[in-house]
Design a protein around this ligand. Structure first.
Ligand code: PEP
Length: 255
């Protein structure tokens, strides 16, 4: 099974989100073999998109969550509220939030602790900067990020964890990592998770300028369980091409 996650970022109003979700459904209709598909609209569109996705094979996710259970935290949305809104997934530690919203490793860790007590699946984003890669420190950096995010987090065998390797320099730049670089880093991530002793079922996805043209080259790699897609996920033909690449790989490789 391959997993394809669309992060719609701060694009699309409510009506556009409904139309886009319907477009995603149209593009998967009639196919028996399908990757797991998750779409993550803005908070404002979650409840309307949820209605579109009821009884379909496309799941709903959120782009972030707050660090507290409930209370006087103006503007925040708790994991319980996301559950209530029908989300099965939530993106944690996206590099845009780390860079622009002050989400430190400690904040990411607090969110991971909260989500571990729910049935939502975390999509934990990790990835190095260009400087870190050029300095030959990318692997060390990503392993450290994972360790910090998962410190004291109890994930049982029944839990599920999705890790998205998203090198910062590849996000929204049109310059993706090579599949070989992604595979190598995915190996580092799996090894780090083994060292940490994560008992959960883990999938490792690649994210960073994935589009309809390059998706197959990532998805065909056995070490890459799927892709997290930003910009291309709000373009219906691109997203459809990415989903089709996932289907083609699943059919060809019988996975
Ligand atoms: C993302 O936002 O997670 C992402 C991978 O963005 P893009 O595909 O636009 O690089």
């Amino acid at each position: 099974m391959k997993t394809i996650i669309g992060n719609w970022k701060m694009h699309l109003g409510i009506r556009e989100s409904i139309a886009h979700a319907r477009g995603v459904l149209r593009s998967v209709m009639g196919h028996e073999v399908l990757p797991e598909i998750v779409i993550c609209p803005s908070f404002t569109a979650l409840s309307e998109v949820r209605k579109v996705l009821v009884r379909t094979r496309v799941a709903l996710g959120a782009q972030t969550m707050g660090t507290e259970r409930f209370g006087a935290f103006t503007g925040d949305v708790s994991v319980a509220q996301l559950d209530d809104a029908g989300c099965g997934f939530v993106i944690i530690g996206h590099s845009e939030r780390r860079a622009m919203n002050g989400e430190s490793d400690a904040v990411v860790n607090a969110k991971m602790k909260l989500i571990a007590q729910t049935s939502l699946v975390p999509i934990l984003c990790v990835g190095e900067s260009k400087e870190s890669r050029v300095a030959g420190k990318a692997e060390e950096f990503v392993a450290q990020q994972l360790g910090a995010a998962l410190r004291g987090v109890t994930l049982t065998k029944a839990s599920r964890l999705v890790v998205a390797y998203e090198p910062i320099w590849a996000i929204d730049t049109g310059v993706s990592a090579t599949p070989a670089d992604a595979v190598a880093m995915h190996g580092v991530i799996r090894e780090a998770l083994r060292t940490i002793g994560v008992g959960a079922a883990v999938q490792v996805l690649y994210g960073g300028s994935v589009d309809g043209a390059n998706a197959y080259s990532f998805l065909r790699e056995p070490g890459i369980d799927g892709v997290l897609v930003g910009g291309a996920s709000v373009k219906i033909h691109e997203f459809e091409a990415i989903v089709n690449a996932g289907r083609d790989v699943m059919i060809a490789q019988n996975v």
